[in-house]
Design a binder for this molecule. Structure first.
Ligand SMILES: Nc1nc2c(c(=O)[nH]1)N[C@H]1C(S)=C(S)[C@@H](COP(=O)(O)OP(=O)(O)OC[C@H]3O[C@@H](n4cnc5c(=O)[nH]c(N)nc54)[C@H](O)[C@@H]3O)O[C@H]1N2
Ligand SMILES: Nc1nc2c(c(=O)[nH]1)N[C@H]1C(S)=C(S)[C@@H](COP(=O)(O)OP(=O)(O)OC[C@H]3O[C@@H](n4cnc5c(=O)[nH]c(N)nc54)[C@H](O)[C@@H]3O)O[C@H]1N2
Ligand code: FES
Ligand SMILES: [Mo]
Length: 896
């Protein structure tokens, strides 16, 4: 620490800080235009100049380090004169159209002109007045207003790492442009909007908001993003119940001001004209729907559910609740299923996603959740990213990985068959054959043990079963693993040494681990890696599934699973059973419930007769569509609660229209277990009800009282029955929320799990053999098909495809195929090809690219026109029954 004097006040500061930072800490305001705490200072705008005693000239405080006993004046006469002159110079380049500029009221330049009473410029107006560019759907550019502060260039380089903007030309003609003035869409831009968010003037703006309203006309509502499991905090700007734009607070975790294209520009779906508007009912699938009142629809649902329960027994019913809905809604869904319908046939879309994480991590550690916070990524020294296309699926988490590598020097090991963007940042890329994770990780374990790199003390004190593990992994020599996985031996050895060679080794993983026959085993193998190196239970370590949907963590935590009550309290534990029976005032089922795929099998066997599906579209997103749809057609009664008429809703007898996340209150839990409050921003459209209200209506109509005035009351009930949530209530969740477990009202939350002991006591090292995928390529179907995500669209596309901005950037699907596979088939980029598996066939455009591993092709599943899941199946995780979306066999050909 050093002390210095700013405007006569003694200030303490870290020695590496700048004068500006020291002043800010002491509450002394210095104006800035080009400074941003996330970026390296450039000293370009010179608004922050200050006088330092003994210095020859004024200095830019944002770029000048403090020194001991320094004496600084921030508002001396010469400082004020210099700032005024500076403003006049900037103004000479700027159009004086403040009255009609959209940035009025938010413009930093305008604020400073006002503060410094600069009304005009003595200098010639030399603004070249380029024409505004509104050629792209998201970002409006008016370079006549640019003051060349360079923040857009720097944030794109330093935070987003996309390098889209650069300074072009020299002298008076200098401007910020894309390389060769390419349109943004072709410039590598990912439409994250970082550049817009830092522009201090009206040069870059969110296009949807332009000419729609001024800042003082808008309300600002904080909420949580509804797309991926990062759970970014959002600020919605609303004028007369219309959302104009979305920004993010730079102080709020986990995103600290960053957003991705969906968070920033994917908000218009809610006002889509084809939003469901009233309940729809029909007796038979071959009839058209007719609109019904809520009374009629609820009455019908209650009557039919009751009839089916009485006629066939409680287990003829199943419920799938929504990982897009709130914790409170998921809690009610499982309460309804257990207390009202009397069955444990309860599941959620984690079944097709990270159910193997819950199973695998519970078996290894005792708790099925991420062990560390997303913020920990930045400080890791070695990162394993396996089966996670992070830059596309969790873009804001990917920024932390990029920062760890580029700014903090971390070593990155990417395990993925595709050449995903993160490969550019990797020290080692293990390009394995799809479906061979367990063999590869056994290979890493083999090297670590053989080279004596394991953490013996940790193994001895905190784990069990090391001897069995050793017996298994001794067989997985690098030579043999190379044969199975296709990964060169030397890379396996290199990766093992990197990860075992640090005390700050962190594992981040995705569906490339879980959506396999050996999905749960893959997760357990990763846990083996962190356990034998002791890289767990501390900051910057651990094993972290990047959970998928905004609240898939929460729907599992709330007990929307067939074998557990909230926070994984075992449904077959007599004490748990008694607690919930007493609290809910009813007899509860004892028998474990069916998992989602079992529900379809039982439907085909004539045993499951009715389902209640909330915010989930298995007819589009479950594997092997034909199988799932034929099961659904067997239901005597199917109720779907949705925003839109999805493929699943089309198979329903009753469709109930629900509000979306902008329109309701509740909480979401993100991938780092952070429970956050949504805040209702706009009212639901007329005739639409909240999911939680609808469930209460049905329960009440069936004679089981469910009365809550507000989701906060549901949370109170959850907290009273769930030890990990005991300290959570809505008041405490204000702001940045809490990370569970929160054991009591004073407990601060638990960002790091398993510090001194594992939830299950000792960490279990699971000895696992590699098992090949269910369906491997052969002569008839010679290629691996692996499926996953693209940046611009989201799962079934029901929301992302209804945003005109996003749709105009990405409007159709294409299949990625390696040149060595495409050439012999005569396939070129842009050709329409036919893709066929043993279960179905579709046509799609080809993209011939080395991004695909030779022998493997890749498709997303976002576009209804390309129904990828007619191809997928039939494998599933041995333990969790999650479909093997990442491996099946197909052939690709030019249609004759
Ligand atoms: N833009 C966008 N973001 C999303 C979503 C979306 O639809 N769109 N969905 C959300 C949801 S629900 C989820 S679950 C997450 C999913 O996010 P991710 O887990 O990142 O999703 P995927 O793209 O399905 O698969 C990730 C990677 O696994 C790789 N992979 C395939 N086979 C193997 C294998 O055998 N081994 C290894 N190691 N890797 C393999 C694929 O090549 C792919 O790059 O994303 C969430 N975020
Ligand atoms: N081929 C292939 N298929 C896959 C995958 C893959 O990698 N490859 N990944 C799988 C994975 S990981 C997942 S998670 C699934 C996701 O598949 P789904 O869960 O089916 O898809 P989502 O788009 O997340 O959302 C489901 C529905 O929720 C609705 N919804 C959104 N908010 C609300 C709300 O507040 N209330 C109500 N009632 N409804 C709401 C949306 O309109 C949408 O139709 O797809 C799986 N399918
Ligand atoms: S803020 Fe320091 S020079 Fe711009
Ligand atoms: Mo997912």
């Amino acid at each position: 620490m050093v002390s210095l004097f700013i405007d006569g006040k003694k200030v303490e500061s870290e020695s590496f800080q700048t004068i500006l930072q020291a002043a800010q800490k002491a509450g002394i305001h210095i104006p800035t235009l080009c400074y941003d705490p996330r970026l390296a200072p450039t000293g370009a705008c010179r608004m922050c100049v200050v006088e330092v005693e003994g210095a020859r000239s004024l200095v830019a405080s944002c770029a000048t380090p403090v020194s001991k006993d320094m004496k600084v004046s921030t508002r001396s006469e010469s400082v004020m004169r210099a700032r005024k002159l500076n403003l006049e110079l900037i103004w000479s380049h700027h159009p004086n159209d403040c009255l009609t500029c959209d940035k009025t009221g938010e413009c930093q330049l305008q604020k400073l002109m006002y503060e410094y009473e600069v009304k005009t410029s003595r200098f010639m107006n030399c603004n070249p007045s380029p024409v505004p560019d509104d050629s792209n759907p998201a970002i409006y550019r008016d370079m006549s207003k640019c003051i060349l502060c360079g923040k857009c260039v720097r944030i794109c380089d330093e935070v987003q790492n996309q390098h889209v903007w650069e300074f072009s030309s020299r002298g008076m003609g200098t401007s910020v442009a894309t390389a060769f003035e390419k349109p943004l869409k072709n410039s590598g831009c990912v439409f994250c909007g970082h550049c817009v968010s830092v522009c201090p003037v009206g040069a870059l703006m969110d296009k949807p908001a332009v000419k729609k309203g001024r800042p003082w006309e808008t309300r600002k509502v904080r909420t949580v993003c509804c797309y991926c499991g990062v759970g970014c905090s959002l600020v919605l700007h609303i004028k007369q119940n219309e959302i104009l734009k979305v920004t993010a607070d730079t102080h709020s975790p986990p995103n600290y001001g960053s957003l991705c294209v969906k968070g920033r520009y994917g908000f218009e779906f809610h006002k889509s004209t084809d939003r469901l508007k009233s309940p729809l009912i029909r007796d038979h699938l071959n009839q058209p729907f007719r609109e019904a009142s809520w009374e009629e629809a609820i009455h019908l649902v209650a009557r039919r559910f009751m009839e089916i329960k009485l006629k066939y027994g409680p287990d003829a019913f199943g419920c799938l609740s929504s990982s897009r809905g709130t914790n409170e809604e998921n809690y009610l869904a499982q309460k309804f299923t257990r207390a009202v319908m009397g069955t444990n046939n309860m599941d959620n879309c984690a079944r097709v996603c990270h159910a193997p994480s819950v199973t695998g991590l519970r078996a290894a550690l005792g708790s099925g959740a991420a062990t560390n916070s997303l913020a920990d990524i930045e400080g890791a020294e070695a990162l394993i990213v396996s089966g996670s296309n992070t830059t596309e699926a969790h873009p804001v988490a990917a920024l932390k990985i990029k920062k760890a590598v580029r700014q903090n020097g971390a070593k990155l090991i990417v395990i993925d068959p595709r050449e995903i963007e993160l490969v550019q940042y990797a020290t080692v890329w293990l390009r394995l054959k799809p479906g061979t994770n367990v063999a590869l990780i056994n290979g890493l374990l083999h090297v670590i043990l053989k080279e004596d790199l394991e953490n013996k003390e940790f193994i001895q004190q905190r784990t069990e079963n090391i001897d069995m593990l050793k017996q298994v992994v001794v067989q997985y020599t690098p030579e043999r693993v190379e044969e199975i996985t296709g990964v060169p031996q030397e890379d396996i050895i290199k990766a093992a040494r990197i990860y075992a060679g640090t005390r700050k080794g962190m594992i981040v993983y995705g569906l490339g681990m879980t959506e396999h026959k050996a999905g749960s085993h893959g997760v357990m193998s990763l846990a083996n890696l962190s356990l034998i190196t002791g890289n767990i239970g501390r900051p910057n370590t651990g094993i972290n599934p990047l959970r998928g949907q905004n609240n898939v963590q929460g729907s599992c935590d709330m007990g929307a699973l067939p074998d557990v009550y909230p926070c994984y309290q075992k449904a077959d534990d007599p004490i748990v059973h008694k607690k919930f029976s007493e609290a809910w005032g009813c007899q509860l089922p004892v028998k474990p419930g069916l998992k989602e795929p079992q529900m379809y099998r039982e439907a085909l066997a004539g045993k499951v007769k009715a389902m209640y599906i909330i915010g989930y579209d298995p007819a589009a997103t479950q594997a092997n569509t034909h199988h799932v749809v034929s099961a659904m057609k067997e239901f005597e009664f199917l109720v779907v609660q949705e925003l839109f008429m999805t493929e699943t809703a089309k198979l329903a007898h009753v469709v109930l229209p629900a509000s979306c996340f902008f329109e309701k209150e509740g909480t979401f839990t993100n991938a780092e277990r952070r429970v956050r409050r949504l805040n209702q921003a706009i009212p639901p459209p007329e005739g639409i009800r909240h999911d939680w209200e609808i469930m209460c209506f049905i329960a009440n109509a069936m004679g089981y009282p469910m009365h809550y005035n507000h989701p906060g009351e549901i949370m109170r009930e959850i907290a009273s029955l769930t030890p990990e949530f005991a300290g959570i209530d809505y008041e405490r969740l204000e702001g940045d929320g809490l990370v569970w477990p929160v054991w009591d009202k004073k407990h601060p939350g638990t960002p790091i799990l398993h510090k001194d002991t594992f939830t299950r006591g000792k960490g279990r090292l699971n000895d696992l053999l590699y098992t090949p995928s269910e369906e491997l390529p052969d002569n008839d179907y010679p290629l691996y098909l692996t499926t996953g995500r693209r940046l611009y669209h989201y799962n079934n596309g029901s929301m992302s495809l209804r945003n005109p901005e996003i749709r105009s950037i990405s409007s159709e699907e294409f299949i990625e195929i390696h040149p060595s596979d495409a050439e012999p088939l005569g396939i070129k980029t842009g050709d329409i090809v036919r893709v066929t598996s043993r279960r179905g066939s579709l046509e799609v455009q080809a993209d011939v690219t080395t991004k695909s591993r030779p022998g493997s092709v890749f498709l997303s599943f976002h576009f209804p026109e390309t129904p990828t899941n007619v191809l997928t199946g039939p494998g599933e995780d041995i333990l969790a029954l999650t479909p093997e979306y990442k491996v099946c066999a197909v052939k690709v050909e030019l249609p004759s």
